[in-house]
Design a protein around this ligand. Structure first.
Ligand SMILES: NC(=O)c1ccc[n+]([C@@H]2O[C@H](COP(=O)([O-])OP(=O)(O)OC[C@H]3O[C@@H](n4cnc5c(N)ncnc54)[C@H](O)[C@@H]3O)[C@@H](O)[C@H]2O)c1
Length: 349
């Protein structure tokens, strides 16, 4: 891919290409370690054949994207005598690419790392764009860095072992890419068959990476435009943090996109027909997330931790139409409550 940061992203069509790039990318280092979780160790690592180096494996699940897991990685790197000319390869979903990217970016003030994303969420989003992070005190991504991987090796065949529910979770981020910037892509996704063959996924992954990188290249440090990528996440992250473990990232973001599309209809005149369309498409793909009414205040409290907020003001990325997103829109607490009621009462189309 072209561009200052996109040049290190490789979308690979064959296992031979994956192995070749993997060998080339890791040859110059004094030591290499491969970080996996227990699922990607069993299902994905074997596709690389005999890899020289240490395998660091941690239990799967978002609840392990924490400082304890980072300490385990640093401990194993130290014990194995890793110097600054060492490489960490993060092979997994977004939990592993976020955690491993973070651990590498601060170990000995930063060692090189490569992402080998294995879930759809990681291939189109988490491994793309240079954000790393861990959760802290039950709030998502509160500690992290901007740090660029040396390479990102995206191989869609990894998705063959990904559970279908996880695949759908990643699809929510593709929907977000379409909603914030590309009406034609939105139409393409509406009829996308998630049980489809590899070639169709290649097109989806390619398009989503392009959209994300176009935005990231304009604003790598998320001062302004990059905040568009947070559409659905102000509320999505709050729901996700509150309902952990059990709810997947994309499932929470899907719910967040309905709430934030509703808020957009109130603040930016986002057309009601487009709101209906989003509700319909999300409900077609995702089960409704539920919680007790008395828990709503506690979920909304978590919105206050969102990193886009400034001076106590809740700032959201909202949409004025499909394909057009505006950042830093102040949202009042009453409207957030209203959007939760809209989400809970709105049936499918
Ligand atoms: N840094 C960013 O810009 C960014 C963007 C989006 C999401 N994220 C983060 O990504 C995380 C969510 O990513 P995720 O949904 O990939 O979660 P995940 O890494 O927890 O993976 C989901 C599940 O799928 C399993 N898995 C992954 N690949 C597999 C494969 N090929 N075969 C079998 N099992 C496989 C994992 O073991 C895990 O059980 C969240 O922490 C979120 O905050 C970060």
């Amino acid at each position: 891919m072209q561009g200052e940061f996109s040049g290190n992203i490789h979308l690979l069509n064959s296992q031979e290409d994956l192995l070749r790039l993997f060998r080339e990318s890791s040859a110059a280092y004094s030591k290499i370690a491969i970080l996996t979780d227990e699922n990607t160790r069993d299902h994905c690592l074997p596709l690389l054949g005999n890899v020289p180096g240490t395998n660091i494996s941690i239990p799967a699940g978002e609840e392990n994207k924490n400082i304890g897991s980072a300490e385990k990685i640093w401990g194993e790197l130290l014990a194995a005598g890793f110097d600054r000319n060492s490489l960490l390869i993060n092979m997994g979903g977004g939990m592993i690419t976020d955690l491993g990217g973070f651990a590498a970016s601060v170990f000995k003030r930063g060692i090189d790392f490569i992402h080998v994303p294995t879930s759809l969420t990681a291939q189109i989003d988490a491994a793309i764009g240079g954000k790393t992070g861990i959760n802290f005190e039950e709030v998502k991504n509160q500690v992290g860095t901007f740090a660029w991987p040396e390479k990102v090796l995206v191989f869609p065949d990894f998705l063959k072992s990904l559970p279908h529910r996880e695949l759908k979770s990643g699809f929510a981020e593709a929907m977000k890419h379409a909603i914030i910037s590309d009406p034609a892509y939105w139409e393409f996704l509406k009829t996308f068959d998630l049980t489809t063959a590899n070639k169709e996924f290649l097109n989806l992954i390619d398009k989503s990476i392009q959209i994300k990188m176009e935005i990231v290249e304009k604003d790598p440090m998320e001062k302004k435009e990059r905040k568009m990528l947070n559409f659905g996440h102000s509320i999505g992250h709050a729901i996700e943090s509150f309902l952990q473990p059990g709810l997947l990232h994309g499932e929470a973001v899907a719910a967040g996109m309905i709430c934030e599309a509703y808020i957009s209809s109130k603040i930016l005149d986002f057309p009601l027909s487009a709101l209906e369309d989003i509700v319909c498409q999300v409900n077609k793909r995702f089960h409704k997330v539920s919680w007790e009414n008395h828990q709503t205040d506690r979920i909304i409290n978590k919105v206050y931790h969102d990193k886009k907020n400034k001076n106590g003001k809740l700032l959201f990325s909202l949409i004025e139409d499909i394909g057009s997103c505006i950042v830093e829109q102040e949202v009042g607490i009453d409207l957030i409550h209203e959007s939760f009621r809209f989400y809970q009462n709105k049936g499918s189309c």
